[in-house]
Design a protein. Structure first.
Length: 232
């Protein structure tokens, strides 16, 4: 089967090792860290299919790790905790966890929940083949709907076409000539400053009301949409 990478962030080494061995026995590729901040850095710099995240961690607790991860990634997260109160579970789910398990737990139940998340994501991936995502900015290529977070963004056709090209080339700096050729067409004879004007339009709709800015100017070169990973 295709490797399914799981990161375990758990400071109780005996539990971490037990879970790691069971997951490896099931055919998963598993990495383990014992510290919240180290776990966050791992998630920022690597691609995982699932994170198993303990709540009580040194340096950075699991709730805070989850909150920060959700600023740049949709990787599924199962939270583990010794706390059995409803408020703790609600808090974990509200900040972005996909599932929540209370210690002690049966390994069979954890494996079943992992399988459930895999099925859910497989279905979601099939639905999202026509979507482009850069952080919390999502473009649906079928419906032409654009959202940032929960906010629906109304765009003109030209604005949409420009944003689509930028998003399809995330982290690539595009010059005005490239943007003109693709968005306005080879026969466009107008002023190249029209690109700057439409970039301003997009910024006012995409970035203005958000702390994290996605559209950036590279002086003397052009424009780029950047995917942000290191968001604290």
């Amino acid at each position: 089967m295709k490797e399914y990478k799981i990161l375990i962030v758990e400071d109780e080494k005996q539990i971490a090792r037990f879970v790691q061995l069971e997951l490896m026995h099931e055919g998963y590729e598993v990495e383990t860290v014992y510290d919240g901040r180290e776990g966050l850095e791992k998630i920022k710099n690597n691609e995982y299919n699932l994170v198993i995240l303990d709540v009580m961690l040194p340096s950075l607790n699991g709730m805070e790790v989850c909150r920060r991860v959700r600023a740049f990634s949709e990787v599924p997260i199962i939270m583990l905790t010794a706390k059995d109160s409803v408020i703790d579970k609600v808090t974990g789910l509200d900040i972005g966890a996909d599932d929540y398990m209370t210690k002690p737990f049966a390994i069979e139940e954890l494996l079943a929940r992992i399988r459930a998340i895999k099925r859910k994501n497989s279905s979601k991936n099939n639905e999202n083949k026509n979507e482009i995502m850069v952080n919390d900015l999502v473009m649906n290529l079928s419906t032409h709907e654009v959202k940032r977070g929960d906010q629906l963004i109304e765009l003109t056709k030209r604005e949409y076409d420009l944003l689509e090209y930028l998003m399809k080339n995330v982290d690539v700096v595009l010059n005005r000539e490239q943007l003109l050729e693709v968005v306005w067409g080879y026969n466009y004879m107008g002023d190249t400053n029209v690109v700057d004007v439409y970039i301003r339009y997009l910024r006012s709709k995409i970035d203005e009301d958000f702390d994290v800015k996605l559209i950036h100017t590279v002086r003397g070169v052009g424009y780029v949409i950047k995917k942000h990973k290191n968001i604290d």
